[in-house]
Design a protein around this ligand. Structure first.
Ligand code: ZN
Length: 301
């Protein structure tokens, strides 16, 4: 395999989920061995922020990276799209702190990247290889992620929220070529009881959640539903049978597990290069994912 980039620049615009800022991402072709880098074009000197795990500064509600005095929030869906499209080298201009959330999935992002055209470069793609199993365990949060050596890449992700509506489930990616169809449309999700907390602390801006999946555990009163309806810019909201807020329906039965897989691919892009191996994750999250990536780097040949 050769390294790949995009043929021409291409942009998408929208609003960030946590900051509510409107912004534009412009994907630009980049030379061989460049890797994935962001450029904050709204800041004097246009500082570069490399998508590398040593630049991770926060993992609380998404993966945030910072370098050269500049910061980019919630990079995981972009990075997953770049990896899913088979791109090695790209320069991503961003004119605000947080990329647009879109519909909470990577669907539009990967379609946009592919619309630019994917082109082969002259240099061979360099894969990272491990020669023994690497296992990350975080007993406090119950997370476990393992990679075993292999000649290809495969990923299996399981989640368990101890919830009656979001049941334990597993998602599998057999080959990165399945990413666009099987994984990229899978949206971020939230529990109803988290919404008010997120709003209270100004961690989400309402209207931007219009297509997010909201799992409703137990009984929710009419007054609370009305409040949330307002937040979604809807006349009224109810709950589907199966415990999902009726602003949307699931795209896959195991859409949440698939989204967690999407996030893990994005966070693993912080390795800097694609890796070969079979990944098995239980209850992954941005903290576990990025710690796992650091552990892999420590164990490289
Ligand atoms: Zn995500």
């Amino acid at each position: 395999m050769k390294q790949q980039t995009i043929k021409q620049s291409v942009s998408i615009s929208g609003t960030g989920l946590h900051t509510g800022q409107k912004g534009t991402l412009t994907f630009n072709p980049a030379p061989e061995h460049h890797g994935i880098k962001f450029r904050r074009v709204d800041i004097e000197g246009q500082p570069i922020v490399e998508a590398r795990v040593e630049n991770v500064v926060d993992t609380s509600r998404g993966t945030t990276i910072a370098q050269n005095g500049a910061r980019v929030y919630t990079v995981e869906h972009i990075l997953a799209s770049v990896r899913g499209a088979g791109i090695d080298n790209i320069l991503i201009d961003i004119n605000c702190e947080e990329p647009p959330i879109q519909d909470g999935s990577a669907k539009n992002m990967i379609e946009t990247l592919k619309s630019a055209g994917i082109v082969e470069q002259n240099a061979e793609r360099e894969y990272l290889r491990i020669n023994k199993e690497v296992k990350y365990i975080n007993e406090k949060i119950g997370a476990e992620i393992i990679i075993t050596p292999a000649d290809d890449f495969r990923m299996e992700v399981s989640v368990d929220y101890n919830s009656k509506v979001l049941k334990p489930q597993t998602a599998i990616l057999e080959d990165m070529s399945d990413f666009e169809k099987e994984i990229s449309p899978c949206r971020t999700f939230v529990f109803f009881h988290e919404l008010e907390m997120l709003l209270k602390y100004n961690l989400i801006k309402g209207g931007d959640l219009s297509t997010a999946i909201v799992f409703v555990e137990g009984f929710v009163g009419e007054e609370e539903l009305q409040r949330v309806a307002k937040l979604f810019n809807m006349e009224s909201v109810g709950v589907h049978e199966g415990g999902i807020l009726n602003n949307t329906t699931l795209r896959f039965e195991n859409e949440p597990a698939r989204h967690k897989l999407l996030d893990l691919i994005g966070d693993m892009a912080l390795l800097g290069k694609p890796i070969l191996g079979h990944v098995k994750a239980f209850k992954p999250g941005h903290l576990a994912n990025t710690e796992f990536v650091k552990l892999i780097i420590e164990n490289l040949e």
